[in-house]
Design a protein around this ligand. Sequence first.
Ligand code: GLA
Ligand code: ZN
Length: 661
Amino acid sequence: MKQLYFGVDYYPEHWERERWEVDAELMRQMGIQMVRMAEFSWHKLQPEENKFDFAWLDEAVALLGNYGIYTILGTPTAAPPAWLIHKHPEILPVDQQGRVRGFGGRHHDCQSNPVYRKYISKLVTKLAQHYGRNPWVIGWQPDNELGNSHQELCTCESCRRHFQDWLKKKYKTTEELNRAWGTAFWSQEYNEFTEVCAPRITVTGENPSAMLDWKRFCSDLIVDFTKQQTDIIRKFTENQFITHNYMGFADKVDYYKLGELLDFVSHDQYPGGFYLSETPHEKNYVLAAALDVVRSYKNQPFWIMEQQSGITGWEVMGRAPAPGQLTAWSLQSVARGADAIVFFRWRTCAMGTEQYWHGILPHSGNPGRRYEELKSMIQTMEPLMERLQGSMPRPQAGIVFSFEQAYAFQIQPHHEDLSYTGQIQKYYRALYQQNIPLDFVPEQGDFKKYKLLIAPLQYLMSPELEEKYMEYVRQGGHLLLTMRTGVKDVHNLCMTDRELPGRLGELAGIEVLEYDCLKGTHVKVQYQGQSLQADLWSDLMRILPETEILAEYDSEFYKGEPCITKHPYGEGVCYYVGTQPGEELMEALMTEICQKAGVKTVCSAQKDVECVVREKDGNRFLFVVNHSSEEKSYIVPEGYRLIRGEEAGKLKKYEVQILEG
Ligand code: GLA
Ligand code: ZN
């Protein structure tokens, strides 16, 4: 495959034919080497049931090709056309209130619907046959942001039947299903699989075990929906990749599993957010975490398929990126493992929902500040991108991240402010602020690569995972466990055979006998002579003789009892954190733990300066990103020389320097 580094999302069908040539020339001048097209153009490609029209797309692909610009094709299955919905209204999704969602947005589809699947098969086969050997088409993106837009996913009759089949395959008998779901409670026993519903809104409460399986089913359905398309594309294409545009921590589909279908994953990065109230630089760690988790899904470099290129907004808008900020955000993506950046979108659209989700060009189509800025960014990066391809950060610390744990906490968050990804990001932030690189690690992943493993909220627990954690520490690993670990079995039933955290109590050297949900209040914690704040939860525990107490509660009826502990086990150490440390406590604690584990920062820098290293074949590339509108500095690590930027160690506002070492 040809190596390409910069692209744009392009919608030629929204503009007059005469404009295409102007666009292609402007792209070429800017250094754009590829476009993604057609991911919402179903009607243009198949205007009627028996009429396919690829001529316009052929022309666009060829015209861009004349300018040396390659194409990534989206399959348009996120936007089934009106004629199809009119003929087969059963394709429309049914929400948990039982309401049919109508035509007029996008993703108005049920992914299990066999009729819809048949139409997809026909269209995608035709597209793959037609473009599968076109030398200007380099790859494919099936659908768009799978899992997005289906807020409560579909609960139609077809989904209900598919759910029943999925359960039958998993449990074989209704006795097993009844046991796994604890249906003795509130008389929920099933005699037949056909009695099981897709979850509709209930009068009171839901069965947490049923809800967990429903979420697993929905994730599997999305993977299956995608596989239908990737199978077709693989069958008819040659030397073309398949990727998909992920959304960081979005969790409707297990991105690790989806990744198995793809050559590499892509991601949509919008630092301006969906018109969030915070200013972007207050959440740089969230942006960084999204990029790190995307890299971790396949543990390889990724692409950005949509990188912000202007103000974001549909009905209301976010801030205008300041001069230099689009560059800083783009290079933050590269720093954390992006091998290519595709900007969303080329030109701000004049019609439809996204009139204010701004592109590189304004509505007028005249190149302005954003065009010039990104053009010069591309010019400085073009010579470096080839050397960066395939290089990766090599973190010594990992955070365990699992979709199933996320699902279980969505079903029962315990505290209104507790979320699984929120908790993960709190630990992430403490290391991010010290420029300590991190990977995210699936529960099935290779723990041994890391000196330090942070495993928050390991709520659902299996004997295999218990053993894996114990073995990791036995062999010398430093492991951090937290509150709400070992609470449930994999069916989301509470475990009762020993005190919390189950067998991991042996590893952590503690037993949790009681707990307190800190509703509407906080707790004080004594740590290294200071009384600091913690939130949401307090585990009250008894410790084993060798367990060291690192922090104690400093308020409430459990004042003086252990809160954070450390226990030697085998060659390693297990930390247990019985609460959610507030920012100050978190920073101090993670500093201590990283030091003990020998996990180091890549570079010491002022606040709002992000430093990351990508490595390949013994070459190291240090990226230093100034996210602030002020000048900043950092200490140039020994052995590094500047290859992008002006004065090593001194950063102008939003400047990004790259050093090689
Ligand atoms: C997502 C989608 C795009 C577009 C942008 C902006 O990332 O993938 O199609 O809708 O958001 O809204
Ligand atoms: Zn459905």
